[in-house]
Design a protein around this ligand. Structure first.
Ligand SMILES: [Fe+2]
Length: 109
């Protein structure tokens, strides 16, 4: 299926504004919402890591870093959902991973 991001797309500048939309997503809108969700997970990771780095309290640091791992899992889950919505992108990611492995192998040899 051919689609173009940005075609008749409702305003979605963050997942927070996605919440206020009240209609069924097209495939392109769903993909865009998932990308925003992924970005939010990474933003959360960034903030939590900064909090962990800013405290001397070992217990707080440990709990926050546990939360960071959870957020990473959420990001991975959203990536998987995105690849389900756009299977051709999973192929792109997979081929990129393979290409990186080849490059790293070449560098190491
Ligand atoms: Fe999360």
């Amino acid at each position: 299926m051919e689609f173009h991001l940005g075609d008749n797309m409702p305003e979605m500048s963050s997942t927070h504004s996605v919440k206020s939309l009240n209609h069924r997503f097209t495939r392109a809108e769903l993909a865009r919402a998932l990308r925003l969700a992924i970005a939010d997970e990474y933003e959360a990771i960034q903030i939590y890591e900064q909090i962990a780095e800013s405290t001397e309290d070992e217990e707080i640091r440990e709990v926050i870093m546990h939360i960071v791992e959870e957020e990473q899992k959420h990001a991975d889950q959203f990536w998987d959902l995105l690849a389900r919505v756009i299977p051709e992108e999973r192929e792109i990611y997979d081929s990129a991973v393979e290409e990186n492995k080849e490059i790293i192998q070449r560098i190491r040899s």
